[in-house]
Design a protein around this ligand. Structure first.
Ligand SMILES: Nc1ncnc2c1ncn2[C@@H]1O[C@H](COP(=O)(O)OP(=O)(O)O)[C@@H](O)[C@H]1O
Ligand SMILES: Nc1ccn([C@H]2C[C@H](O)[C@@H](COP(=O)(O)OP(=O)(O)O)O2)c(=O)n1
Length: 245
């Protein structure tokens, strides 16, 4: 029997805790859609810099976000982000975006636009087929009713080391530390991701491998609520035994 009751897995946490890799891994393993909400704030940041708008000009940034056309094309391996027709998939990961994104993410009008108009709408539209959504305020604001709610954390040293390895020399330790520690401090003024809200499970990935974290979160979903993917990949177990004919 195929269960299509809907499933939302919400993952929040600080920078470098492993949200994106974990969410992508869980989505792939269970055959669910995936939404990276941080990429949406990054895309608005890219557009502001592209248009020469100062990220601290809150009115101009809010107007920019209200008019921006953000397209998100997701498949099981990658997500393509376009804003006003520009493919910004790679550009939104550049250090200049990481340095400026908190200025956009702490603009409460931008948050209203992205949360109410886009993130909740996408989450609701994809819930019946199942979706993993990650960011800073998913368990608390975007989708607090999610069946699985996780706060993914890791020690700052581990998060800085992971980010440094990922950037492979593109930024020095001081710049990476700024992008992780200072950004978390700024971001935590508008989203409560430093402590788990009631009903949210803390997963500390400091000493866990990525596969272990993915396993842990997959086991938190009720198997009966996992919509079976059409073609489960051979290396990953089906979320429930196939029906007997
Ligand atoms: N459990 C883990 N152990 C070691 N490295 C990890 C783990 N989870 C993620 N990583 C690596 O750490 C880096 C940051 O992970 P990412 O998923 O981008 O974190 P976030 O989305 O929370 O900022 C990536 O290079 C990723 O491969
Ligand atoms: N739901 C969200 C998601 C991200 N943000 C903010 C916080 C971050 O500074 C930026 C970018 O988020 P992103 O998840 O891409 O950042 P990291 O990869 O974890 O460093 O957006 C937010 O305020 N609320």
């Amino acid at each position: 029997m195929k269960h299509v009751n809907g499933l939302v897995i919400a993952i929040d946490g600080p920078s470098g805790s492993g949200k994106s890799s974990t969410a992508r891994g869980v989505a792939r393993r269970l055959g669910l859609a995936y939404l990276d909400t941080g990429a949406m704030y990054r895309a608005i940041t890219w557009l502001a810099l592209h248009e020469g708008i100062d990220p601290v000009d809150t009115d101009a940034i809010a107007a920019l976000a209200a008019d921006a056309e953000l397209e998100i094309d997701d498949d099981s391996t990658a997500t393509v982000f376009r804003i006003n027709g520009h493919d910004v998939t790679a550009a939104i990961r550049e250090p200049r975006i990481s340095e400026n994104v908190s200025r956009i993410a702490t603009n409460l009008r931008v948050r209203d636009i992205l949360v109410a108009d886009q993130q909740r709408r996408i989450t609701e539209a994809r819930a019946s087929g199942g979706i993993v959504v990650e960011g800073r305020d998913i368990t608390t604001v975007v989708a607090p009713e999610s069946e699985v709610r996780v706060l993914l954390v890791a020690d700052p040293e581990a998060r800085i080391a992971r980010r440094e390895a990922e950037l492979a020399g593109a930024a020095d330790t001081a710049a990476v530390t700024d992008q992780v520690v200072r950004r978390d401090r700024d971001d935590s003024t508008v989203a409560a991701f430093t402590e788990a809200a009631e009903g949210v499970t803390v997963v500390d990935s400091t000493h866990m491998g990525l596969d272990e974290v993915i396993d842990r979160i997959c086991t938190m979903a009720d198997p009966a609520s996992i919509p079976l993917s059409e073609t489960p990949s051979p290396e990953t177990p089906s979320p429930e035994p196939p029906d007997k004919e």
